[in-house]
Design a protein around this ligand. Structure first.
Ligand code: SF4
Length: 257
């Protein structure tokens, strides 16, 4: 099977634990206003690769990845779920740590055929970095052009299937830096059993030049990068929401014991 790949990074240090072989998949149906990879949106183009040739490239440098592994990111890797599945199944056979960086937008519990693939994927994925863009359905749609119902369902599915989850959340001044929404996000995350990490990504403007090159309007023109203090504050609010939900769950379970 052929995968359509935007690019490969052989020394990735920010997309999962340790040093990683990072594969950027082509194609994404979301249109996040702050996306800094608009060049991955179109499914066409890019490089064609097989799972075997990607793994050959990994193997050539495998000493580097002793404490890391492979990360599939994009774009949206789940847009090519058959290829992703083959890639991760082959990687797992070699004992490689696999990480999926996704928005979860393609998850659909109402599609039984697709769900069979997700069942398989959970068995060969060690970690999912799930980018929850916005907890509020209306704001999510404004920010990404898509609904968040299935994304939140995916988070719960991963929790039920014992897959480790890191949540990534981009904090944009005036858009996601809203205390009430951050608290709601934390409260939602408090229900996830396998939550292993929370990564706050402060909004920055480094991708803006790509929009000019591609001739796409950059809709966040004029929005300033988030400062460090606000990023720390946002994290605190989310963590307080997680703790509140976990305390509720602990109380409820004491009462039923
Ligand atoms: S999901 Fe990721 S790749 Fe897709 S538009 Fe959003 S930020 Fe960009």
């Amino acid at each position: 099977m052929i995968g359509h790949i935007h690019s490969i990074e052989t020394c990735g240090t920010v997309d999962g634990p340790g040093m990683r072989f990072v594969v950027f998949f082509k194609g994404c149906p979301m249109r996040c206003l702050y996306c800094h990879n608009p060049d991955t949106w179109e499914p066409a183009g890019g490089e064609d690769h097989t799972a075997d040739d990607l793994l050959e490239r990994y193997d050539a440098l495998k000493e580097f990845y002793r404490n890391g592994g492979i990360t599939a990111t994009g774009g949206e890797p789940l847009m090519q779920i058959d290829f992703l599945l083959e890639f991760f199944e082959k990687a797992k056979k070699k004992g490689i740590h696999t990480c999926l960086d996704t928005s979860g937008i393609f998850f659909n519990p109402d599609n039984p055929e697709l769900m069979k693939k997700y069942e398989k994927l959970t068995k060969v994925t060690d970690l999912v970095m799930l980018d929850i863009k916005h907890i509020d359905p209306v704001e999510h749609k404004k920010l990404t052009s898509q609904e968040n119902k299935n994304i939140l369902a995916f988070a719960k599915y991963l929790s039920d299937h014992n897959v480790d989850i890191w949540i990534r959340h981009v904090i944009v001044p005036g858009i996601t830096f809203i205390p009430e929404h951050l608290d709601r996000l934390g409260y939602f995350l408090g229900d996830l059993k396998n939550l292993k990490g929370l990564e706050i990504l402060p909004y920055h403007t480094m991708g803006v030049a790509k929009y000019k090159n591609l001739g796409i309007d950059y809709k966040l023109e004029g929005v300033e990068a988030l400062n460090n203090d606000d990023a720390v504050e946002a994290r605190k609010i989310i963590i307080a929401g997680i703790k509140r939900r976990r305390a509720e769950l602990a109380n409820a379970s004491e009462q039923t014991d």
